[in-house]
Design a protein around this ligand. Structure first.
Ligand code: GLC
Ligand code: CA
Length: 560
């Protein structure tokens, strides 16, 4: 049976600090900005903040390249600001989960600056160094996630270092026990400060095979996955981390594990496997690709249902799901899975929220999702700030592999920058995010879509999220009920039930922009409506659902 824990019952809100709230007019969101908006988050009702990295960083990848794990990025403020944020959050009953980026450091981290100096430096073995095949050729054909080779030549010692991301993000060598100990000590230092958990960046990549052969070519480079993802010692290292650090504190952990299957998730996040509490799976956000991850297509509803339902049923009672539509690496939920045309934006955003928050698992809300923020209308590649989008354009398009006409719609639809435009707080200049010039442009729809308007309107997307969160607090069935998919072949409707003891819920979500007839199952005729995104009533045998309608019915308790 599933054990009851606080993190299973929590709703988590992700903050990408650079784009959340700027307190000093330099155009960059910061920690004081976050503190100033805690009452907004409290009002929404969330329990936990996941804070994307705030550590010292040269910002090649917006803080995912860290050069000091125990200091705060200059642009974001100081350690005093952080302590103040933590205390202010705790005062409001909000916990803070930190991003833990330990697959790699910045090349400006002191360990790496030492490591590259000489082959006998005491930090040499903190990173992964190899001889080239010959002076001009890297050790193998692997490509990095951000384009180009995964190896960078370093003149000082005439060798190459591995970087699965940018060349300013060298991969740490987890096989070195000293590296593991440094990381565990650093984690304990944050835990002793009183933080409430870790979101672990690309944690499935920390263990690499010793042999590093060429990978199967996809595009220009070889694929490193079979050698670097879910590698030979990943579970061993996580168990060691759990034993030495995690188990000593009342904290929660979520692993970012791209390529994870339900089988592997049962090991990473099993009830009794002593590794992590839950993982982020990627199947529902990676099954729509056209050119690698780049696409302008929507995932077919039957595929989406199949994936999410498999995760719901396979993990039941053995591991725990995390639930998300978007984050700082994904386009905006309403633009991608819903419908951001003006007449459908609001109703489809509420529908998506219903569909996700009624499933089993811990729901994650990405900043601005609760306002129905949309993708940005990028006009040309100059608009991008993100290293991934900039490099992808160069690699796929500028070198003539695919035409601009074919690639551009895919890039603008999937670019991570869609999620990174500033949070729209009000309808004043720069959406109230900054009094200066923002580091990335504000979405021009901010006069229509902003927090001030949303909080003032009881029928808004914001208030709908608030209601979903409070329903979760009052109804254990939403957290612990067993999931079952109905109408699995419908291309328009996502329908499922949740069952706990003698209680049962029916969740109906239309993903269609047309009206759809829906036959209410016998046992739910006359049931209570828990929440709905329309004024419809559900006491007849067949209801005509509006485009993107969603509702939840609660069967009256059966006699004991
Ligand atoms: C993760 C982060 C992403 C980052 C990458 C490298 O996928 O979510 O933003 O670019 O790891 O750290
Ligand atoms: Ca600032």
């Amino acid at each position: 049976m599933t054990k009851k824990t606080w993190w299973k019952e929590a709703v988590i809100y992700q903050i990408y600090p650079r784009s959340f709230m700027d307190s000093n007019g330099d155009g960059i969101g910061d920690i004081k900005g976050i503190t100033s908006r805690l009452d907004y988050l409290k009002y929404l009702g969330i329990d936990v903040i996941w804070l994307s990295p705030v550590y010292k960083s040269p910002n090649d990848d917006n803080g995912y390249d860290i050069n000091d794990y125990q200091a705060i990025m200059d642009e974001f403020g100081t350690m005093e600001d952080f302590d103040e944020l933590l205390a202010a959050a705790h005062e409001r009953g909000i916990r803070i989960v930190m991003d833990l980026v330990v697959n790699h450091t910045s090349d400006e981290h002191k360990w790496f600056m030492e490591s590259r100096k000489s082959k006998i430096n005491e930090y040499r073995d903190y990173y992964i160094w190899r001889e080239g095949k010959d002076p001009q050729t890297p050790p193998n054909n692997w490509g990095s996630c951000f384009g180009g080779s995964a190896w960078q030549y370093d003149q000082a010692t005439d060798m190459y270092y591995l970087h699965l991301f940018s060349k300013k993000q060298p991969d740490l060598n987890w096989d070195n026990p000293k590296v593991r100990q440094e990381i565990f000590d650093m984690m304990a230092w944050w835990c002793d400060k009183g933080i409430d958990g870790f979101r672990m960046d690309v944690i499935s990549m920390i263990s690499k095979t010793k042999e590093m052969p060429d990978g199967e070519i996809s595009g220009l480079y070889g694929n490193f996955e079979p050698y670097c993802v879910h590698g030979p010692n990943v579970h061993k290292y996580l168990q060691e981390m759990n034993e030495k650090v995690l188990s000593k504190y009342d904290i929660m952990t979520v692993g970012e594990t791209s390529g994870v299957t339900t089988e592997l998730a049962k090991q990473y996040a099993g009830e009794d496997t002593h590794e992590l509490n839950m993982v982020f799976q990627f199947e529902h956000v990676e099954s729509d690709g056209k050119y690698g991850k780049w696409t302008d297509r929507k995932i077919p509803l039957t595929t989406l249902k199949k994936i999410l339902s498999r995760w719901q049923t396979e993990l039941y009672n053995t591991a725990w799901n995390s639930l998300y539509w978007n984050n700082h690496d994904q386009p905006r939920a309403v633009s991608r899975f819903g419908d951001d045309r003006p007449e459908y934006r609001k109703i489809s955003a509420k529908m998506l929220a219903t569909c996700l928050h009624m499933m089993q698992g811990t729901p994650y809300i990405y900043q601005g999702e609760e306002l129905g923020m949309t993708n940005y209308p990028f006009k040309d590649p100059e608009d991008f700030r993100d290293i991934e989008s900039i490099q992808a354009y160069k690699e796929w398009c500028a070198n003539g592999r695919i035409s601009h006409e074919d690639f551009w719609p895919c890039l603008r639809f999937k670019s991570r920058d869609n999620a990174r435009t500033p949070v729209q707080w009000d309808d004043t200049e720069q959406a109230g995010f900054t009094s200066g010039t923002p580091w990335i442009a504000v979405n021009p729809n901010y006069r229509e879509i902003n927090a001030k308007k949303e909080t003032a309107d009881p029928d808004s997307i914001f208030h709908y999220y608030k209601k979903l969160i409070s329903l979760r607090k009052q109804n254990p069935i939403i957290v612990y009920g067993k999931y079952e998919l109905l109408f699995k072949d419908s291309e328009d409707l996502f329908v499922y039930t949740r069952t706990l003891e003698n209680k049962k819920l029916l969740v109906v979500c239309s993903f269609s922009d047309r009206e759809t007839a829906f036959p209410i199952p016998e046992e739910f005729i006359g049931a209570n409506c828990m929440i709905s995104n329309t004024e419809n009533t559900y006491d007849t045998q067949t209801v005509t659902l509006r485009p993107y309608e969603a509702f939840v019915l609660q069967k009256p308790d059966s006699p004991q």
